[in-house]
Design a protein around this ligand. Structure first.
Ligand code: ADP
Length: 172
């Protein structure tokens, strides 16, 4: 009986969220420390769909564009050097309102003050070496995904798990 009320309640709920794509980079410290699997696992366990995944090297030009908002900061040369020190792993994730959800999973920039349970909070101590980059808004994600992924590198597919991750109204 209780279950019946639960499902009636769910059917009365209406969801107005939208499906989004977001970009994550596992930074050189994450690659060097063997954290690629752990980080990817966290996104998968959350219920996000991986639609793009590749290892790549970043050059100065793409970093200037990607980090335009910090390009004039005194620490930018160090960030650029660090980001070129080894390959990174670029991930495109898809899910309901996932830009914000992924930022919450990553935690704040200064890792040693990031909440426990987040990637930075659990796996890092540094401001610069903070394991991951994640798009900070829907507008940013719309620019960042195509910066790192050609449309042919993004895969559209049904994920059977979504039947259990979302209720009907939340699934597109
Ligand atoms: P976030 O990656 O959390 O969105 P920002 O966009 O502000 O943070 O900064 C981009 C990246 O630049 C950070 O992830 C970090 O690697 C580096 N960074 C930011 N602030 C500093 C700092 N004060 N000193 C060194 N590196 C920094």
């Amino acid at each position: 009986m209780r279950l019946h009320y639960f499902f009636s309640f769910l059917s009365m709920m209406s969801f107005d969220g939208v499906y989004e794509k977001t970009l994550v980079l596992i930074k050189p410290d994450g690659v060097q420390r063997g954290l690629v699997g752990d980080v990817l696992h966290r996104f998968e366990r959350k219920g996000l769909k991986v639609i793009g995944l590749k290892m790549m090297r970043l050059d100065e030009a793409v970093l200037r564009e990607h980090y335009a908002h910090i390009a004039e900061k005194p620490f930018f040369p160090g960030v650029s050097q660090f980001m070129q020190s080894s390959p990174v792993v670029a991930i495109c994730l898809e899910g309901l309102e996932c830009v914000n959800a992924v930022r919450l999973l990553c935690g704040i920039t200064k890792s040693r003050e990031a909440d426990a349970g987040t990637i930075r909070g659990d796996l890092a101590m540094s401001v610069a070496c903070n394991v991951v980059h994640a798009s900070d808004s829907v507008e940013t994600a719309k620019k960042e995904v195509p910066r790192f992924f050609h449309p042919d590198d993004l895969h559209s597919y049904d994920k059977s798990e979504f039947l259990n991750v979302y209720v009907d109204d939340e699934r597109k």
